[in-house]
Write a protein that binds this ligand. Sequence first.
Ligand code: NAD
Length: 351
Amino acid sequence: MFYTNKTILITGVAGFIGSYLAKYILENSDHTVTIVGIDNLNDYYDVTLKGTRLTLLKDAAEIPANGTFVFVKGNLADKELVNSVFQEYSPSIVVNLAAQAGVRYSITNPDSYMESNVMGFFNILEACRHSYDDGAKGIEHLVYASSSSVYGANKKVPYSLEDQVDHPVSLYAATKKSNELFAYAYSKLYGIPSTGLRFFTVYGPLGRPDMAYFGFTNKILQGQKIAIFNHGDMYRDFTYIDDIIIGLSNVIQKTPVEDDNGVKYKLYNIGNNKPESLMYFVETLEKCLMEEGIISRPAEKEFLPMQPGDVYQTYADVTDLINDFGFKPSTSLYDGLRKYAKWYKEFYLST
Ligand SMILES: NC(=O)c1ccc[n+]([C@@H]2O[C@H](COP(=O)([O-])OP(=O)(O)OC[C@H]3O[C@@H](n4cnc5c(N)ncnc54)[C@H](O)[C@@H]3O)[C@@H](O)[C@H]2O)c1
């Protein structure tokens, strides 16, 4: 088994994707595996959800056959903390998922993006670089989260890795693109094998309350109108969390080989490869929520213009993922939202 005897550092481990990845590895490896997770548990959204995810991880690690889980509460922008974690645990795999996420929030809170996404990632890169000091084995693979937002307002679809991504429409997107450039430079300079993943709108149970499907659910329940931007004329490649985790685990296990420039660097799109219209998404969400008895009728809608930072459509070209792993996300929006609705009912509405 790939993960046997390895120590894997996952940043943003109390986050949506980080917690699923940590749980997946704990449950699908053996007791020789250690997951070290860092998270600053910031209050960008409901911190109790982060606490619940950590509890699930601690529970998973209590099963003797599973791996060990160590949680470190701290900020990636704290260089000493990051260095001390690397020194104490000497991870062989590093998965950087911590970030200030969200496109709209970056308009009003730019500082937090520079701190977490730029300084935080820089500290991770520096720690990876120094992991080879004095002939140490160092890290085998750095995997990090990028985002479909790097494609900005590109018109050509599906979004391909060959496309230009020099025109971000939000600071969030700019920080994610800069992460790819920083990682490339560190791979080139110090031989750090690294892979970036451009995630496309990830959703599912225990997901992020700042995202549309979650916010809509809360609003409908409170009897409020939901805001439909660009008058509903938008498309998103919605990607179910389980697909993301399988893709992520496949990618972690395949250290990139040197490319034509002698750099061990790879990038992948990971998206459902089937964009859905915003209105179909809302109808499907309403259907799933009604089937679970969470709501009794469709939401009242307020149709509004496009928001700054938003893009018209996202659509992933996943050819490289298919070629290298024989895998592409495939969960339908209905199946994914049904699982989300079941979870929401259980988590928030059962007494
Ligand atoms: N969910 C999506 O649809 C999506 C899409 C594209 C890219 N991404 C990227 O994937 C990654 C994971 O996203 P997610 O949806 O799990 O987000 P999330 O917000 O649920 O998880 C991020 C976690 O990182 C932690 N964190 C933030 N800044 C930190 C810092 N400075 N130090 C330590 N911890 C910090 C947060 O507390 C949070 O728990 C992020 O890099 C995000 O930008 C996500």
